[in-house]
Ligand binder design. Structure first.
Ligand code: NAD
Ligand code: TYD
Length: 351
């Protein structure tokens, strides 16, 4: 089985590529531009595998995408390439509009051109999985869960750009018949997570004795999913999901941000003890503009229709994650030193 993955040098993409190459045994072409978030070190365990190859390219480059389709002849496309960080989208949305919207259009159109030329059997077996986020649904109140039928109501430039790309993907199915499936997942965490996102940033700041900046009062809720559970879900959806359908992915692990940060501090107190508790570093800072209050996913459709279930719960997953960062400084040190050292992102004048 030939699987084209975009964004395979990123956090979720690299977990997916490791799963596809190592466990599934698929032939994988990883297409990635290698932005600040792309890191081939996350793929060192598979880089020499016979069933893995890498193409450095921008998904906005239509000619390069057409050439990749023509030469690799994928049976499945799994599209993860994106600008993914909400705070960066607040500081400047241009790259988000370009990659997430224009890039998805470019890839969909290249896929359509290739798919149009396939024989009937290959045509009906072909799948294009568009990987998206639960943030397209906007913010929940105290009750309720996001379902596949929940109306889109995005708050940030990031989630608005992902919402636009989801609509394009579904439109390419309804209008042109391209066998598109869309997945909307909750917040991921785990190994190889770029240290701009909440969990790795807090772990590394705490290890270095730096403040742990909690936005607002820390009461915002996110629904956490271990990245390897997501990788399995993505392959399940891409190989067995029904064209034109959306599938929500989540692990039923809602936590307030402050609980997450306190848990990280408690784990570090036991595995990396200092003179004082790490929780002394927790600092409340100005809230994120447009900060969604609560995300929570109902994954019943994926669980009942396709039989996927999360294997990791938050307590076991967060402990594994903290230990991974302690053991893998070779991976994160160059990023902290040369790419992003942890300064506040996503504020602007007047807020
Ligand atoms: P990431 O930022 O870690 O990785 C993104 C990857 O895409 C990087 O390797 C980057 O180099 C590549 N890329 C960016 N622009 C590109 C372009 N124009 N052409 C080719 N490659 C490009 O992101 P992630 O957290 O792994 O997220 C992957 C996907 O999953 C995204 O589509 C994101 O919206 C979605 N998602 C993420 C989460 C989460 O919690 N991180 C949750 C749900 C859905
Ligand atoms: P983040 O990891 O950026 O993911 P997302 O915004 O896509 O959910 O943030 C997760 C939550 O943590 C979100 O409510 C914002 C909050 N947060 C902080 O409180 N401090 C931080 O330094 C960061 C990066 C995030």
């Amino acid at each position: 089985m030939r699987v084209m993955v975009t964004g395979g040098a990123g956090f979720i993409g690299s977990a997916l590529v490791r799963h596809l190459v190592g466990t599934v045994g698929a032939d994988v072409l990883n297409i990635d531009k290698l932005t600040y978030a792309g890191n081939l070190a996350s793929l060192s365990s598979v880089e020499n595998a016979a069933n893995y190859r890498f193409l450095r390219a921008d998904i906005c480059d239509r000619a390069a995408m057409q050439e990749a389709f023509a030469s690799f002849r994928p049976e499945i496309v799994m599209h993860l390439a994106a600008e993914s960080h909400v705070d960066r989208s607040i500081s400047g949305a241009g790259d988000f509009i370009q990659t997430n919207i224009v890039g998805t259009f470019s890839l969909l159109d290249a896929a359509r051109g290739y798919w149009d030329g396939l024989e009937a059997e290959a045509k009906s077996a072909f799948r294009f999985l568009h990987v998206s986020t639960d943030e397209v649904y906007g913010s929940l109140g105290d009750d309720g869960l996001f379902e596949e039928v929940t109306a889109y109501d995005p708050s940030s430039p990031y989630s608005a750009s992902k919402a636009a790309s989801d609509h394009l993907a579904i439109a390419w199915h309804r209008t042109y018949g391209l066998p598109v499936v869309v997945s909307n997942c909750s917040n991921n965490y785990g190994p190889f997570h770029f240290p701009e996102k909440l969990i790795p940033l807090m772990i590394l700041n705490a290890l270095e004795g730096k403040p742990l900046p909690v936005y607002g009062n820390g009461a915002n809720i996110r629904d956490w999913l271990y990245v390897e559970d997501h990788a399995r879900a993505l392959f399940t959806i891409a190989s067995r999901g029904r064209p034109g359908e959306k599938y929500n992915v989540g692990g039923r692990n809602e936590r307030r941000n402050i609980e997450v940060v306190e848990r990280i501090c408690a784990i570090l107190d036991s595995v990396f003890p200092g003179k004082e508790a790490h929780s002394r570093l927790i600092t409340n800072v100005t809230d994120r503009p447009g900060h969604d209050a609560r995300y929570a996913i109902d994954a019943t459709k994926l669980e009942t229709e396709l039989g996927w279930k999360a294997e990791e719960n938050f307590d076991s997953g967060i402990e594994k994650t903290v230990r991974w960062y302690l053991d893998n400084e070779w991976w994160w040190r160059p990023l902290r030193d040369n790419v992003y050292s942890g300064e506040r992102l996503g504020t602007f004048k007047g807020r």
